[in-house]
Write a protein that binds this ligand. Sequence first.
Ligand SMILES: [Zn+2]
Length: 345
Amino acid sequence: MYIAYNRDGKICNAIDEEISKSEDYFCPLCKCKLVFKRGRKIQSHFAHFKSSECSFTNYKKESKEHLNVKKILYQHFKNKYDKVFVEYIFKTDDSLQIADVYLANNNIAFEYQRSVIPFLDIKKRTLGYEKANIKLIWLIDINKFVKELNVNNNIVYIKYAPFVDNFLNYHKGCIFFYGFDREKNEIVFYQLWSHNLKKHSAVCKKRSCKLENFDIPISFPLFKNNYVTKLYANDIENYVYVQLKFDKTVKNKLLSKLYNERISLNNIPNCLGINVQEQLLFRTPLLMWQLEMYSLFKKNKTYSEIFNYISNYIEFNDSIYIKNKDKQHILEKVINWYYNILLKK
Ligand SMILES: [Zn+2]
């Protein structure tokens, strides 16, 4: 960490000031004594002793990379604006929280995340910002969490870590997340569409901005085009075979469902496996809920019966950005869309 109190209660900032090694320093959160580490390869900083149980070290693994990104974000904004803080401490209802970088005049904070932490911790921190009425942008470490497989004309095929699910935004029917590229020093913005039946795989429009050109408000335009990949019968067949590799028993849910519907693998109806963008937000596999809905439809269930069942059947991934109200809209949109497909076929 970069911020500590000295014995007189004065705030010391290890990025901007000369820190004397002979003084004592204390953590602003837990008040424990800290060690000062004068860096050669990395920026000088304060650190807790190993035994510490401070919430600061619990939720922010202070790697060299994390310290460095925090520093360059801070310095970038400090050169542009007044009242820019690194490790800004603010109060929520019941506790203190620390923002990586906070721009007071714009009332916006940036959190850089590169360690995998439990969803509930991310959610708690996000709610802390909401309560304090501070706008928050999470920048995830894309060098760690995103793998670009193929780039073609600004269209990028990516695989991403399950942790990224937590940070997917859904706004005006578009899905996206923000990140930071440590190697290129860029803020990056990925807008996503569903690709194949594999989880955490997407087609993207990627936009990036060199940190030196980055400014507030953030303006990455959303694309209205639909880049969702169309799935073919053999994609679905392959997917089922992949599932079989993991589980050959009768307990294989997908297989038993296909069997119950008297669907053989070489004769999958073309209304099954129709890709939809919102699938990126679901934990329930595409084929599972579509099969479920197909089967209800064939039993002549009414739309509202189908809706009630399927809206409970589809589970969402954990996400800090998608509120229950939005989830309801997403379910209405997707179930209605698929119902119309079943009607036509
Ligand atoms: Zn502490």
